[in-house]
Write a protein that binds this ligand. Structure first.
Ligand code: ASP
Length: 346
């Protein structure tokens, strides 16, 4: 069967070349010369019955420059081509790839096609590049019809030989080809000699119309608590209503120092409608408010329980919820799973 795959190049190490200032992104025209499988020059012409559309998001960037305006441009590009393609690939720098994947997962409601983000630890021009295998694997997922694979109707990250749920992934290594991991959720697929898809964890599309919620508030902060943390600067932001939300990365399973300054902060947040999304700073596991006396401050209606959400997903979700929905709905939305970003617990 034929497949139509849309590939959007946004930058990142995948397409970078040495310059006087260090690695800098190059053009798709140069990159494609290094992708024999796409140019159908290989012995196995597996991609010959895929119709590719290539597009570049100008200017291509190191992904440290990503921001909500660019997330929206990526989403617009996908939605403009949504009906005419079976799957989408976004080539992206690894540094903020998990943020973009999370952001896209929240932006699109009722997704019924795969959006696969990928990148590379070594540029496509390097003899040991991981870019070719990463992109080839992504093409199998986005072009699933051609390979008679199950459709994975969600935003995912294809890296090395793993396919991860986008809003569950973190960049866990700057060096390993296995650059991403999904600490609290099983992988969606493994792409070894055989491609094995974990069908039981995939969402089931309800056939509803695709909706896009494109706005992200930047009036948020990401705070990691540490022994001796001085709350004064944060209190000032809340007192003066300079922010509308805090991702609070607490100790362990939701704990904070037993200190009046924290108590006061939470009370002011309640008064000034500044949402606290409580998460853990541990790499793995979830928070349980009330398990220890040290998490008592968080038993407050202004606090949303992030459970086992990752840091990039927590931040993008908070920005997105504040950007698109009324205050009265926000805490509830943050405390439950909207796109599979939080595990269900009894
Ligand atoms: N700095 C690069 C980026 O995020 C790193 C990479 O792509 O691996 O664009």
């Amino acid at each position: 069967m034929k497949s139509k795959v849309f590939i959007l190049y946004t930058g990142g190490t995948f397409g970078m070349k040495e310059s006087e200032n260090g690695l800098e992104p190059s053009t798709w025209k140069e990159i494609i010369e290094y992708l024999p499988a796409i140019k159908n020059q290989t012995y196995f012409n597996h991609f010959s019955s895929i119709n590719f559309t290539f597009d570049t998001l100008e200017p291509v960037v190191d992904s440290s420059n990503m921001n909500p305006a660019i997330w929206k441009r990526i989403a617009d590009c996908i939605s403009d081509n949504y009906n005419s393609h079976d799957g989408f690939i976004v080539i992206h720098g690894t540094d903020t790839l998990s943020y973009t994947a999370s952001a896209l997962s929240f932006m699109f409601e009722n997704l019924s096609k795969p959006i696969v983000l990928t990148g590379a630890q070594l540029p496509i021009f390097h003899p040991r590049t991981d870019g070719i295998i990463n992109l080839s694997n992504a093409i199998y997922i986005a072009g699933y019809k051609r390979f008679e694979l199950t459709c994975i109707p969600e935003v995912c990250i294809c890296f090395n030989d793993d396919l991860l749920r986008g809003n569950r992934a973190i960049k866990s290594s700057t060096n390993d080809f296995e650059g991403f991991s999904s600490p609290n959720f099983e992988n969606l697929a493994s792409l070894e000699q055989r491609i094995q898809i974990s069908e039981n964890v995939l969402p089931i599309p309800e056939g509803k119309e695709l909706k896009i919620y494109p706005t992200f508030s930047q009036k948020v902060v990401n705070v990691t608590v540490f022994p001796g943390y001085n709350v004064a600067a944060l209190q000032d932001l809340v007192d003066n209503k300079k922010i509308e939300g805090i991702v609070l990365k607490t100790f362990g399973s939701g704990n904070l120092p037993k200190d009046d300054s924290w108590k006061q902060l939470v009370q002011t947040c309640e008064k000034n409608e500044v949402i606290i999304l409580a998460t853990t700073q541990s790499a793995n596991g979830r928070i349980e408010i009330g398990q220890y006396a040290a998490s008592n401050f968080l038993k407050n209606p202004i606090v949303a329980n992030g459970k086992d959400i990752t840091s990039p997903a927590a931040l993008t979700k908070l920005m997105w919820v504040i950007g698109n929905f009324e205050f009265k709905d926000r805490i509830k939305m943050l405390s439950k799973s909207l796109r599979g970003e939080i595990s269900l617990y009894n």
